[in-house]
Structure formats: structure tokens, C-alpha cells
Ligand binder design. Structure first.
Ligand SMILES: Nc1ncnc2c1ncn2[C@@H]1O[C@H](COP(=O)(O)OP(=O)(O)O)[C@@H](O)[C@H]1O
Ligand SMILES: [Mg+2]
Length: 255
């Protein structure tokens, strides 16, 4: 484990964060004075009903959207005080559907370096990091399987040497085997490099398996925030208790 002297103890801090959107029914509060902080080296899993504001919360951490009220602190600096390109290297985002740019796998992996006028990253080493063979480098990226694309998307993000990964349902579109590979890679990245990840997942078992800490997002707030083991065994709030019970009965139905 490496701890640089400059490492900030809190990767992320949310202070009374609110966000509104204008929809068909008018102005609606998506995040409602949400508070919480994420220590460096934590794998935080975010769970909660669809539409609760999980993706919106991620989008505030790399300036895809800005908070309407409150503050989001990233590595000790308020998000709006970061130069956006610098922020997005430090805070990488991977979505459910990997977006492959036209060209080869190598072109995709060279993107970050090209954007920043730097020498190209070692594509073979990046592929190796995500468990893919180097001979994929010269294949058109759009010919890969979904699982391979997601691994290339992850490698492309890791090429920026981020400190924080934002992961939005990154294994939801994959089969079990491909999902396992991605899951292990992310857990290993956090644990061996003392990095931070915020991982939105609707897979309760996954949230439990990979998380150090878990937050339940509901009605725009983090209504239960606990170490993952405690979250699933001894939730402190009625919100948390209902969520865990519903997850158990879901699990029993699927068994
Ligand atoms: N750009 C937008 N315009 C209008 N409504 C939005 C926008 N982004 C999100 N929403 C709404 O905000 C709510 C929260 O969305 P989201 O953060 O995606 O929830 P989750 O990821 O928890 O499912 C949803 O009701 C969604 O429809
Ligand atoms: Mg979402």
C-alpha cells in the first residue's frame, strides 16, 4: 500500500448537496441536502431505488453536472475550483454501456495521452492490467464482446491514473463471468493501490460483496450510511431495514 504525503484523507465530501431538475411535472428535487464523506481507500457501494439520484450524485463528482446548492469536495478541493480536464483525470467515470470510439483498441487506449499531448501509454501493459491479451490492440474496438469492451473502457480510464473511480452499474449489462472479472479488477485496484471507488449497483449481493461502506440513497438523501457488513446485518434506520429485508426476499425468490 502506498501513501503519498499529499494524499488527502477524504477523497469525497458532500455538504448539504442539492440538485433540481426541470421535468414534465415542473421543477423537482433530485438531491435534497445530501451529506456524507468517503475516506481515501474506500470502496463505497451506492444502492437505492431507481430514480433516487445515484447517477446524479456521481455526475457531480466530475463536473458532468454542478450542484445547485451545497458543496462537493474532491480530494480536498471544491469541485468547481478544479480545472475540469485535471479533475476528470483524477476522477474517472465508467458507465453501464462502454462507449468505444471509432478505431482500434490501441486508438481507444491512446485517447487520454492524445488529449493531453503526452507520449502514448503502453497499450499492451494496459490490456494486461485488465486481463486481456495484447493481440487485441489492433482489432477494431467495436468488434469486441461486451465484456471485452467494458475491460477496454476500464483500461482507458486507468490510463489517466485516476485517484477515484465512479462506476455506474458497470457490470449490469454483462454475463456473470465477464462481471466477475470486472468486479475483481476493481476490488484489486482499490485495495492494492489504496484508491477510492464509488460504485452504483442494483445488485444487492454485489454491493455487499465488494463494498467497504454502503449508502442507501432514497428521496435524494443518503438515508443509511454504514460499513457494508453492518449495513446488511444491522441497519440502523427504518429505510435501511426495509431495504435489506426486501433484498433478502428478492434473493430467496431468485434462489
Ligand atoms: N438531465 C435530467 N433532466 C431531467 N430529469 C433528470 C435528469 N437527470 C436525472 N433526472 C431525473 O432525476 C431523477 C434521479 O435520476 P438518477 O440520478 O439517474 O437516479 P438513479 O441513478 O438513482 O436511478 C430521476 O427521476 C431522473 O428522471
Ligand atoms: Mg442511475
Amino acid at each position: 500500500m502506498t501513501h503519498s504525503a499529499r494524499e488527502h484523507p477524504w477523497a469525497l465530501q458532500f455538504v448539504n448537496v442539492s440538485k433540481w431538475v426541470v421535468g414534465e411535472q415542473g421543477r423537482r428535487c433530485v438531491l435534497d441536502r445530501l451529506n456524507g464523506r468517503v475516506a481515501t481507500g474506500t470502496l463505497l457501494t451506492l444502492v437505492g431505488p431507481s430514480g433516487a439520484g445515484k447517477s446524479t450524485l456521481l455526475s457531480l463528482c466530475n463536473l458532468l453536472q454542478t450542484p445547485d446548492d451545497g458543496e462537493v469536495w474532491v480530494l480536498g478541493r471544491e469541485v468547481r475550483d478544479w480545472p475540469v480536464s485535471q479533475l476528470r483525470r483524477k476522477v474517472g467515470l465508467v458507465w453501464q454501456q462502454p462507449v468505444m470510439l471509432p478505431g482500434t483498441v490501441a486508438d481507444n487506449l491512446a485517447l487520454a495521452a492524445r488529449l493531453h499531448h503526452e507520449p502514448p501509454a503502453d497499450g499492451a501493459a494496459l490490456l494486461c492490467r485488465v486481463g486481456l491479451p495484447a493481440d487485441l490492440l489492433h482489432r477494431p474496438a467495436h468488434e469486441l464482446s461486451g465484456g471485452q469492451m467494458q475491460r477496454v473502457a476500464l483500461a482507458r480510464t486507468l490510463a489517466n491514473q485516476p485517484d477515484i473511480l465512479l462506476l455506474d452499474e458497470v457490470t449490469s449489462a454483462l454475463d456473470r463471468e465477464a462481471a466477475d472479472v470486472i468486479e475483481k479488477l476493481i476490488v484489486e485496484w482499490v485495495n492494492s493501490e489504496h484508491k477510492t471507488a464509488v460504485w452504483v449497483t442494483h445488485d444487492t449481493e454485489q454491493a455487499r460483496r465488494v463494498g467497504h461502506e454502503t449508502w442507501l440513497i432514497a428521496e435524494g438523501r443518503a438515508v443509511e450510511q454504514a460499513p457494508t457488513a453492518q449495513f446488511f446485518t444491522a441497519p440502523q434506520t427504518v429505510w435501511g431495514q426495509r431495504w435489506v429485508l426486501a433484498g433478502q426476499s428478492q434473493g430467496e425468490r431468485n434462489a
